[in-house]
Ligand binder design. Structure first.
Ligand SMILES: [Zn+2]
Ligand SMILES: [Zn+2]
Length: 122
């Protein structure tokens, strides 16, 4: 695969979910500073594998930015995302969101500081 920005040795994978297909995907996250993270890559992964690799245990807390090469959701291609109160990271590119994890639906408020603990469960 080309186009993946090299990541540091501290990079890890956290889990996200596609708003449209309700399927889980992994996001490669590179910590770039104190409470700052860069989303570098996204890839399809099934729930069982994510559990085996403990990807569902990793949480992201702080400020997030997307790398220029971040490909977006591997199912629907949208490059945006939002952080649901339930802890899920959900792909999105509009001002309205729907969380397949908890069923939340509503208007999104954008901010740069998130408090996310990704507990999995989807
Ligand atoms: Zn998606
Ligand atoms: Zn939710």
């Amino acid at each position: 695969m080309n186009g993946i920005t090299p990541v540091s040795k501290n990079a890890f994978v956290t889990m996200a979910i596609c708003e449209k297909t309700k399927k889980p995907f992994g996001i490669t996250v590179d910590p770039i500073g104190r409470n700052r993270y860069r989303f570098v890559w996204a890839f399809k992964i099934d729930k069982d594998k994510a559990k085996r690799e403990h990807f569902d245990k990793k949480s992201v807390r702080g400020e997030i930015e997307s790398d220029d090469n971040y490909p977006g959701c591997p199912y629907c291609g949208r490059a945006g995302y939002f952080f649901c109160d339930c802890g899920a990271i959900v792909c999105n590119d509009s001002e309205y969101g729907y969380c397949p994890n908890c069923g939340w639906r509503g208007e999104l408020v954008y901010g740069t500081v998130f408090n996310v603990s990704n507990g999995g469960g989807y």
